[in-house]
Design a protein around this ligand. Structure first.
Ligand SMILES: Cc1cc2nc3c(=O)[nH]c(=O)nc-3n(C[C@H](O)[C@H](O)[C@H](O)COP(=O)(O)OP(=O)(O)OC[C@H]3O[C@@H](n4cnc5c(N)ncnc54)[C@H](O)[C@@H]3O)c2cc1C
Length: 433
């Protein structure tokens, strides 16, 4: 790979997500040559992807060009590359644009959707783990209303107006809230020829409550908010199959629908070249300095890494963990790898259900409703990368709040074409490997 020659040790960072970006921007460029690799040329703010999918925000406002972030840091070299394999003995990596050697390697490749081996679900459902998938979902949702308009049979109309979300975690809850807002406030004006009251939204959750990672109080309040908005909540049920027409649960419930949104699980997204003993499930096992337990000079941070916490459970896959690990590792390298161990500071969890409705758990403080909604908005705006993005999101939210008329209800690419395209890409990958 073509990179400037230097005497400085080279740190290669794979992934410009929350972990990789926070690391790369804080490393001392006088001490190290930094090479940042990502398969995309932008950072994605995943917590707001559901607003792109539900036509609340433009995709550009939650993505940030990685080159722009590093234009004043001459010793940070960004390349668009898909990293395929690590050779820890040779201290080199294989990428889609060639081989690259490293002195230190940091793997920050995040997570990917976990379909738990259900092939049909993978084929027919809509995941939301990338910006492209969020846009595909937006198209799919809007297409359903266009198609419903031209159906003659009531059952076919209803199938298109039924939206099933698998997974009642923060993503599922937030998406259900956003879809209800579309149903109650926006779509009736866009589709006067369609009886939008027939639109139904379902959440199917495997555990016995929504937001199972949050307090009972927040969980119950979220359920109450969603029920008030008309969302159907099915707990202690698991999706077993989906053929593109009907969702089937393990206990035999069937829901006819053209749209199953898959928000029921993620797994780490590691790189090839390692052994089973390097992993806890699919997450790299790391020590308290974020170093792989079996490999000197290789580190892993963010969703792809499993650092045991005090109670021996791996830390949750959260942006706050990824950011703190990125910041920590930068200090660790800047202090010549003589630095205290990483300690996670739990800054709480939150989820929003819609306007004036959110739930927040901040240590002993748990609150819900309008105050929680303002806290949720403030935290998310502050965490967005780039002043311009913050302003755009704020203006959009303000406009949506007063006008009930967000302006991104565009079908840019047909979701059927997108699906075929990703199937083709999968086939191509299989042929190459
Ligand atoms: C819909 C959704 C909502 C969420 N909401 C919240 C929330 O409200 N609060 C919260 O704390 N967390 C939330 N999360 C989780 C949070 O987004 C993740 O914990 C966080 O993104 C992890 O950061 P990371 O840097 O480990 O990975 P990511 O941010 O996923 O970044 C990984 C990067 O690696 C790149 N990459 C992957 N593989 C390769 C490869 N082989 N070669 C090159 N590049 C590669 C990717 O392109 C990506 O840029 C949400 C996640 C999702 C999907």
């Amino acid at each position: 790979m073509n990179l400037p020659r230097t005497d400085k040790p080279r740190i290669v960072v794979i992934g410009g997500g929350f972990a990789g970006l926070n690391l790369a921007k804080s490393l001392n460029t006088r001490k190290y040559q930094i090479v940042l690799l990502d398969r995309n040329n932008y950072h994605t703010f995943q917590p707001l992807m559901y607003q792109v999918a539900s036509a609340g925000l433009e995709p550009d406002s939650i993505a940030y060009p990685l080159r722009k972030k590093f234009r004043n840091m001459k010793s940070v070299h960004f390349r668009i590359a898909d990293v395929i394999r690590v050779d820890s003995k040779e201290k080199s990596i294989t990428t889609s644009i060639g081989e690259l050697s490293y002195d230190y390697l940091v793997i920050a490749t995040g997570a990917k959707t976990n379909f738990f081996g259900m092939e049909n679900v993978e084929k027919f459902s809509m995941p939301m783990k990338s910006l492209v998938e969020s846009l595909n979902l937006r198209s799919r949702i809007l297409e359903q209303f266009e198609e419903a308009l031209i159906q003659e049979q009531v059952s076919e109309v209803n199938k298109r107006l039924t939206f099933v979300i698998a997974g009642g975690g923060a993503t599922g809850v937030e998406l259900a809230g956003a879809l209800s807002e579309l149903k109650n406030k926006i779509l009736p004006k866009d589709y006067p020829d369609l009886d939008i009251r027939n639109m139904s939204i379902h959440i199917i959750e495997g555990s016995d409550r929504l937001l199972s990672a949050m307090s009972l109080k927040s969980s119950h309040k979220a359920e109450k908010f969603l029920k008030k908005l008309g969302v159907n909540i099915w707990t202690s049920k698991r999706v077993k199959d989906y053929d593109g027409e009907t969702v089937l649960t393990a206990d035999g419930m069937e829901i006819p629908t053209k749209t199953l949104i898959w928000a029921a699980g993620v797994e780490a997204n590691p790189i090839d070249g390692f052994q089973a003993e390097d992993f806890n499930r699919s997450r790299f096992l790391i020590d308290p300095h974020c170093q792989l337990i079996n490999h000197a000079n290789i580190y892993a941070i963010g969703d792809v890494a499993a650092l045991a916490s005090k109670d021996k459970k791996p830390l949750p896959m959260l942006a706050s963990v990824a950011m703190q690990q990125g910041n920590y590792l930068a200090k660790y390298f800047n202090k010549n790898r003589k630095f205290r161990e990483f300690k996670y500071i739990d800054k709480g969890t939150m989820a929003t259900i819609g306007r004036n409705k959110a739930v927040v758990d901040l240590g002993r403080f748990k609150f819900q409703g309008t105050m929680a909604w303002f806290v949720w908005m403030f935290v998310h705006v502050m965490l967005l990368v780039g002043f311009r993005n913050r302003m755009i999101v704020l203006v959009n939210w303000f406009w949506n709040y007063i006008s009930y008329n967000n302006g991104s209800r565009l079908i840019i690419r047909k979701s059927r074409e997108n699906h075929l395209l990703s199937e083709l890409q999968k086939d191509e990958k299989l042929t190459h490997s």
